[in-house]
Design a protein around this ligand. Structure first.
Ligand SMILES: Cc1cc2nc3c(=O)[nH]c(=O)nc-3n(C[C@H](O)[C@H](O)[C@H](O)COP(=O)(O)O)c2cc1C
Length: 215
């Protein structure tokens, strides 16, 4: 343990891969978001589509990793169990923070968004595109509920597999997508000597206002 504490205290690295100048930031932050996501997808990074989703409800902040599945001017889409902890928190307070961190690119994107449920047709399309095992898993998992044992989960998987044998697996009503409607972005590019570049965009009356922050 002491060794780990020493290691973590002294671990350092330099950030010197890239820059983020004003000239590199378009009027519309979605373009930059798309560029950075694409570079992450094209790199060798594992789970480049993963982001931390933070929620706030009943006086507590909570966070977990989920996967981006689609994005557009409308917002960022992700999919989950509506009855999960995050689902309950979002029903209580549809306000969220999103954080993408791509260590190999020395980049972070922080996002503030209002969350709403996606249209059922979009959730159906996405659910239908998933591997059958994941579809059955969605039925079997009462995500974030207490589970007595691993065996109990495996038994539920077997039961649903039997129930849907030879049939298409329909999307459970309790499973689907959310749309994160973004109103603020911060693009962070690591730089030398901790003098990082930080460019923030904030939505104001239908326009994006841009500013630079101290690192
Ligand atoms: C790389 C990664 C990707 C994940 N993607 C998803 C996802 O897209 N949807 C999801 O519901 N959970 C996903 N999870 C699991 C969540 O982090 C979390 O454990 C789960 O959604 C329950 O969270 P909750 O109790 O806050 O609702 C992922 C976890 C990891 C580590």
């Amino acid at each position: 343990m002491k060794e780990t504490r020493d290691k973590v205290k002294h671990l350092r690295r330099d950030f010197d891969r890239d820059t983020l100048t004003e000239a590199q930031t378009p009027e519309n932050p979605l373009e930059l978001f798309g560029e950075w996501l694409d570079e992450a997808l094209e790199s060798e990074i594992k789970d480049p589509n993963a982001f931390v989703l933070s929620t706030y409800a009943n006086g507590e902040v909570d966070s977990r990793v989920v996967l981006i599945r689609e994005f557009s001017e409308e917002g960022i889409q992700f999919f989950t169990n509506y009855g999960s902890q995050k689902g309950k928190e979002l029903a209580e307070n549809p306000q969220a923070a999103i954080n993408f961190f791509w260590a190999d690119l020395d980049r972070q994107i922080r996002i503030k968004a209002r969350i709403e449920k996606l249209d059922e047709a979009i959730s159906d399309d996405y659910f239908n595109s998933r591997p059958r095992e994941s579809q059955i898993g969605a039925w079997a998992s009462q995500q974030s509920q207490t589970l007595g044992s691993r065996e109990e989960l495996e038994k539920r998987v077997e039961e649903y597999a039997a129930q849907f044998e030879g049939k298409e697996v329909p999307r459970p009503e309790f499973w689907g997508g959310y749309l994160a409607k973004v109103y603020a972005y911060e693009f962070w590019q690591g730089r030398e000597s901790r003098l990082h570049d930080r460019i923030v965009y904030e939505s104001k009356d239908g326009n994006w206002l841009k500013k630079r922050l101290y690192p």
